[in-house]
Design a protein around this ligand. Structure first.
Ligand code: IMP
Ligand code: MG
Length: 177
């Protein structure tokens, strides 16, 4: 597998959309910013850029959900790190890199709901709605993309490609005939 030569979403488009998303979120929370929960590891670059657009008073914490093996979801999701902040009564905004089948988001949202927060909303940089298996509808979406495996800007394939500044489609090598 190798990444596409040209990005699906280039760096300028990513940066512009992340700034717009932050404005959408600001408008949705006129009184006080939500506690932002970055889902490790894929959302680190997105979360870092996003919260800096939200402003210096924003709080950031981390969740780790492990599920994905290679190109196919394993189907089971475990939370291997949960936030240190007390979530009771807080407005929470989950920052995901991508919502695919919806399994990871479902487990995260259900766990957060059980912590008695004031509210929970989901903001995802990328959405693959055609792949959805569970009823998960993100409240904020950066880009809706087709059913392709993508890497870059935090998204990996077997831990590689996270550091790319743009998002690329991972495709099989061209056949040599
Ligand atoms: P879901 O649980 O099937 O919605 O998958 C969510 C997780 O799978 C994401 O947080 C990613 O870690 C991973 N994932 C899904 N699609 C892709 C992709 O196209 N590229 C890289 N990782 C992906
Ligand atoms: Mg992930």
């Amino acid at each position: 597998m190798q990444r596409s030569e040209h990005p699906l979403i280039d760096e300028a488009a990513l940066q512009q959309r992340v700034a717009e998303l932050a404005q959408e979120v600001r408008r949705a929370y006129p009184d006080a910013l939500p506690l932002c929960l970055c889902v490790l590891k894929g959302s680190v670059f997105f979360a870092a850029d996003f919260v800096r657009h939200l402003g210096p008073e924003v709080e950031l914490d981390f969740i780790r959900a492990r599920s994905y093996l290679g190109l196919h979801s394993s189907g089971t999701v475990a939370l291997t790190h949960t936030p240190e902040a007390d979530l009771r009564g807080r407005h929470l905004l989950v920052l995901e890199d991508i919502v695919d089948t919806g399994r990871s988001a479902r487990v995260i949202l259900d766990w957060l709901d059980a912590q008695a927060p004031a509210s929970v909303r989901l903001c995802t940089l990328l959405d693959k709605p055609s792949r959805r298996e569970l009823d998960v509808t993100p409240d904020f979406v950066g880009f809706s993309i087709p059913d392709a495996f993508v890497v870059g800007y935090g998204l990996d394939h077997n831990e590689r490609y996270r550091a790319l500044r743009a998002i690329y489609i991972l495709e099989p090598p061209a056949k040599i005939s």
